[in-house]
Design a protein around this ligand. Structure first.
Ligand SMILES: [Zn+2]
Length: 172
C-alpha cells in the first residue's frame, strides 16, 4: 500500500495510532480518496475500520486513513457512498485550514450498544463516541461496531447501526 501524500501515521495523543498532516491543507481541500472495499451483510468481515454507508452496507477502509481518530470538534469531514455501478467510495475533506503536524480527526459515531468513551479533549466533547441523542451504554462493547459518520452527506442512514454493521468511522 503506497503511502498517501501529505499524511503520516503516528502514535496519537488522542488514542492509539493517528494521522497527522505533513503539509498544509486549505479548507475544502480533498485530503485523500480512501482505498476501501464495499461489503454487505450477511457477509462477515471485520467491521472495525468500516464506514457505515447504509443499513447493512459497509466500506472497509484499507489504507492509512483508517487510523484517523474521532473528535467531537473535527478538522476533517468524510463523505462516502455507493456509485451507480455499485462501487463504494469515501473521501476526506478539510473542514478548515490544516497546518503541518496537526492531527486529522473526523466526527464519527457508534451505535449506543458499542459506544466508547471519547478522549478527544475538545471543549464541547460529548464524552462518548456515540451518535448525538443516543444514550451511552452501561456495559462494555461486545459486538460489531462500524463507524458511522455523523457529518457528510452520503453516510447518513437510519440511526441504528451496524451492530449489524460496524461502522466506518475510525477508531484509533
Ligand atoms: Zn469527544
Amino acid at each position: 500500500m503506497p503511502r498517501l501524500k501529505g499524511l503520516r501515521v503516528v502514535r496519537s495523543r488522542i488514542e492509539g495510532f493517528g494521522v497527522v498532516a505533513t503539509r498544509r491543507f486549505k479548507r475544502g481541500a480533498v485530503i485523500a480518496d480512501v482505498e476501501g472495499v464495499l461489503w454487505r451483510t450477511p457477509e462477515r468481515r471485520d467491521d472495525t475500520w468500516s464506514l457505515v454507508l447504509d443499513d447493512g452496507v459497509f466500506f472497509d477502509m484499507v489504507d492509512q486513513t483508517r487510523w484517523v481518530n474521532h473528535s467531537c470538534d473535527p478538522n476533517v469531514v468524510i463523505e462516502a457512498g455507493v456509485t451507480q455501478r455499485g462501487h463504494g467510495w469515501a473521501q476526506l475533506q478539510a473542514l478548515r485550514d490544516i497546518a503541518p503536524g496537526e492531527e486529522l480527526t473526523f466526527d464519527y459515531a457508534f451505535d449506543a450498544a458499542v459506544a466508547e468513551p471519547c478522549r478527544c479533549g475538545a471543549a464541547g466533547c460529548r464524552g462518548w463516541i456515540i451518535a448525538p441523542g443516543l444514550t451511552p451504554p452501561t456495559d462494555k462493547p461486545s459486538s460489531a461496531r462500524g463507524r458511522r459518520a455523523t457529518t457528510g452527506r452520503s453516510t447518513r442512514g437510519p440511526s441504528r447501526s451496524p451492530l449489524a454493521r460496524a461502522s466506518r468511522a475510525s477508531r484509533g
